[in-house]
Design a protein around this ligand. Structure first.
Ligand code: AMP
Length: 459
């Protein structure tokens, strides 16, 4: 695949513009996305801010705009005002080779009057946040009946912020035969739901590389088969990591490892396919919001995990396939942070170690687990506690309502509130451990959206 912009079917004016902007070569996400965007395919692209993702869709969508038609032809929905502004600025830069392309930003927190004024004269491209776009649709100051391309940017963040139903409402105003481009830093299950509802045979794109990422420090230990659990304990005592996923190849082993850790007083939870959906949600939420330190998982179950930057991953056993190893350790060392990837393996799994070493094109070293000191210590409890609230999306709860109840009537300081997850019928809020009981009492005594709710502290 070429990384040269000239290999794409772009107008000469755009090639000159890109040169002026100093874009000499395509970034990996652009190399993979642009040909598909130009060909009219739907895509799900795993890409973060900084990867050149705006140009990965921006260059493509600009080739499809008809400047003489002032109807809104493209919409980019973003989670925040900052991102909307950033995206609009980048699109305007990329649009310089064409005259008269109008980009309008529609975000909340700004007065709606001037936005209505801009829309009256037509806007080829609208960039904005879900709430405000919905407001304009309701007021009929924006029409999406001629929309050809929809971009959902940082889709995972939008879902985290509870925007699913707003996005749904907006999309219902668009023609079905549009092209939909979805960008997301992570691939939790809810992104799959979003995609299957609103995309047509999307092509998945990911720029994860198989080469060793130098931000990930890989440490591999060989141990005796019977000493594997003790080896894991030794590892955890030597490296008291705040949060890690421990991968096992089978459900049976996931349960065994988790039981062992809980028995020795370590905060751990298991996740695997035998759990009910509700329990699975709860475990993932508790881990993601720092109410549980270690998550013991099978590869399949870990896919639902929506976490940007795990400080560490541990392979309790090496996976059967080398690329699964790359995938597992790729969950750490992201977003410019350092990551730790520990692995245990036995002599009979040495061939897996060799395969991994070959695939990464760098020689890996290993040591005997015996080189680590035998330490006995109490690991710190996780910093947060999760409260489960009896009410969710179906009760029109939003994260803001829960923050409001906690900081309003319950009198809590906003700084003790962690991640909030609103599901259909229940919601979860993480509270700093020392403040959890006060928060529980406060919520029990108050109301959310005018309703009394039941609160439960999760273990
Ligand atoms: P983004 O991930 O879209 O936020 O882009 C990150 C930064 O990279 C922006 O400042 C872009 O202007 C810049 N950029 C995007 N594509 C390229 C490219 N092919 N070459 C050089 N810079 C780029």
């Amino acid at each position: 695949m070429s990384d040269n912009f000239a290999s794409l079917d772009l107008p000469p004016g755009q090639l000159a513009n890109l040169q002026q902007l100093g874009y000499e070569k395509m970034t990996p996400i652009q190399q993979q996305s642009l040909p598909l965007v130009l060909a009219g395919s739907d895509i799900i692209a795993k890409a973060k801010t900084g990867s050149g993702k705006t140009a990965a869709f921006g260059i493509g969508l600009l080739t499809k705009i008809n400047p003489r038609d002032f109807g809104t032809q493209t919409m980019v929905i973003c989670p925040t005002r900052e991102l909307s502004t950033q995206v609009a600025t980048e699109i305007r830069r990329l649009a310089r080779y064409q005259q008269n392309i109008k980009v309008v930003v529609l975000c909340g927190g700004q007065s709606i009057g001037p936005q209505i004024g801009s829309l009256e004269h037509g806007a080829h491209i609208v960039v904005g946040t879900p709430g405000r776009i919905k407001d304009h649709l309701r007021k009929k100051t924006l029409s999406l009946s001629r929309l050809g391309i929809l971009v959902l940017d940082e889709a995972d963040r939008m879902l985290d912020m509870g925007f699913y139903s707003d996005i749904e409402t907006i999309i219902h105003e668009m023609p079905d035969d549009r092209q939909t481009l979805l960008f997301s830093a992570t691939y939790p299950d809810k992104i799959k739901t979003l995609s299957s509802s609103f995309q047509r045979s999307p092509v998945e794109i990911s720029v994860e590389s198989v080469r060793g990422n130098e931000k990930i420090h890989q440490q591999l230990f060989i141990c005796d088969k019977r000493e594997r659990l003790a080896g894991l304990q030794r590892l955890l005592m030597n490296y008291p990591i705040e949060s890690a996923v421990i991968f096992c190849n089978t459900i049976k082993l996931v349960k065994e490892v988790c039981d062992y850790l809980v028995d020795i007083g370590i905060s751990a939870k298991a996740i695997h396919g035998d759990l009910e959906q509700r329990d699975r949600d709860q475990v993932l939420i508790q881990f993601a919001n720092h109410s549980c330190s270690l998550l013991v998982a099978t590869d399949v179950a870990a896919r639902g995990l929506d976490i940007e930057d795990l400080p560490a991953v541990i392979n309790f056993e090496l996976p059967r396939e080398a690329d699964v190893y790359i995938h597992r350790i790729g969950r750490t060392g992201r977003a410019g942070k350092e990551g730790l990837a520990f692995s245990l393996f036995t002599d009979s799994e040495k061939y897996r170690f060799d395969a991994i070493s070959t695939l990464q094109e760098n020689k890996l070293n290993f040591e005997s687990i015996g080189v680590l000191k035998d330490i006995d210590r109490q690991l710190a409890a996780p910093p947060m506690v999760t409260l489960c609230i009896s009410g969710g999306r179906k009760d029109k709860f939003r994260p803001g309502d829960i923050v409001g109840a906690l900081t309003g009537e319950a009198g809590m300081d906003g700084s003790v509130i962690g991640k909030i997850s609103v599901l259909d019928f229940v919601s979860y809020v993480a509270i700093e451990r020392h403040a959890a009981n006060d928060a529980l009492r406060g919520l029990e005594q108050g109301k959310i959206k005018g309703r009394k709710v039941k609160i439960r502290k999760l273990r």
